[in-house]
Write a protein that binds this ligand. Sequence first.
Ligand code: FES
Length: 130
Amino acid sequence: METVHHTRRRFIATLIGLPLALAGLWRFLTPKTVERQTLLQVPLADIPQNGALVFRQERIAVMRKDEGYTAVSLICTHLGCTVTVTPDGMVCPCHGSRFDQTGAVLQGPAERPLKKLQAELSGSHLLVRG
Ligand code: FES
């Protein structure tokens, strides 16, 4: 009699546990889709050809090159100061890190490039998403 009781318990536990285990496995195996927040909506006419438009308060630079538009965060990857955009690239005023116009590190102490932001054309505007 006790064996039947344990078998029934195990069966019920399996009925409850198996779907939970499969749901956990499904969440682990499927990629997360994260909706990116729109940080800026910039009129294309405001972005200079082969230049940059800086949004100091948002700490974002939007660049326009022949091949298209890019946006980078101006938060230095060393310790978080705001990077300054110059005609030659970007310079951090705190400890002197230098970045090229794509945000790649040219000179430390920063070791990681500036964060690239998603730049998407939408009619006559550029949407910058983080
Ligand atoms: S915070 Fe930019 S180089 Fe240190």
